[in-house]
Ligand binder design. Sequence first.
Ligand SMILES: [Zn+2]
Length: 252
Amino acid sequence: MSVILIIGRVKRLLMIAVTTFIVFAIFFGSYQWYHRGNEQAIEAISEAVKGKVVVLDAGHGGQDGGAKGKQGTLEKDINLQVAKRVAQYLEEYGVTVVMTREDDNNLVTGRWSQRAELTKRVEKARAANADAYISIHCNSFPSPRWSGHQTFYQPGSEEGRRLALHIQNELTRRIGNKDKRQAKAEDYFVLRTSHCPAVMTEIGFLSNPAEEALLGTENHQKQIALGITAGILRFLEGKAAPEKKTFFMERP
Ligand SMILES: [Zn+2]
């Protein structure tokens, strides 16, 4: 083998080594940069929401099963599973979470009525001096065709509306919004009597067989919980409501 050939081979090997090193350096560098950015974002959110108190209300419970799907899914069970996930995610950001119920028991002991139960739940939020109250429910309708999520707030409550719009928006980003539902003002007892901004979020229709099946899956529940969590965090950070864009027709 001639000297020139050996030098040529060494050069080639050197080139390969240098190229490999550069590719790895770029890959590793951007990976680090991406994660550093993520960590900084999480730290910034945590700083803004630390010490805030959120009450999560898993709708219904005990003898009150709520809506029931054709396959036998009980609303109270789905509500609790999703509420527990939201609690876990919020706590990771340093938010203090109070659950109105953590199992299948009601707050009212003895003679039960829905009004008494709801009153107790709102009182629990008041006692905790909550910054936000989120009641989690599943929807139901006589016709099986309707599907999708929708979040409600008390008419006239600007902060309730801001919270509802954030949750509606973040849920849509994660699970879509085929029927184009919007956050809506509705007069509900829990929303009306709450001392803090309050919303009721209907996470899907148990009367829709496809959605009933979906609501029972871990992945779908995770996406819903992430959406609700993100909406609450945006609200607690003080972010303005994500307004729906309105397009006006130009007059000819
Ligand atoms: Zn319900």
